[in-house]
Design a protein around this ligand. Structure first.
Ligand SMILES: [Zn+2]
Length: 87
């Protein structure tokens, strides 16, 4: 397999996957990927992307459950009231 962009050699590697959600960064380290030795372009396969999606969904659930991220339906006023602070 060669790189889609520069036709360089593709090697097995790992990468750090980072995404942000409602101001919270979700970072997944040591994600297996294929990386171009020439331009550094990274390729993730479908299975890996599915695993990442699973992890992100779980993390989002935790963030909401812990109150880090208010539930979408909750209004700003309700949010302040529940935290006993005034707006
Ligand atoms: Zn390349």
């Amino acid at each position: 397999m060669t790189c889609f962009y520069c036709k360089g050699n593709i090697e097995s590697s790992t990468t750090t996957y980072m995404t942000d959600y409602q101001g919270c960064y979700i970072i997944i380290k040591n994600v297996p990927c294929e990386k171009c030795s020439q331009c550094g372009e990274e390729y993730l396969n479908g299975e890996t992307l599915e695993r990442i999606e699973e992890i992100i969904q779980k993390v989002k659930g935790i963030l909401i459950a812990k109150g880090v991220i208010p539930i979408e339906l909750r209004t700003i006023t309700d949010c302040c009231r529940s935290r006993r602070v005034t707006c």
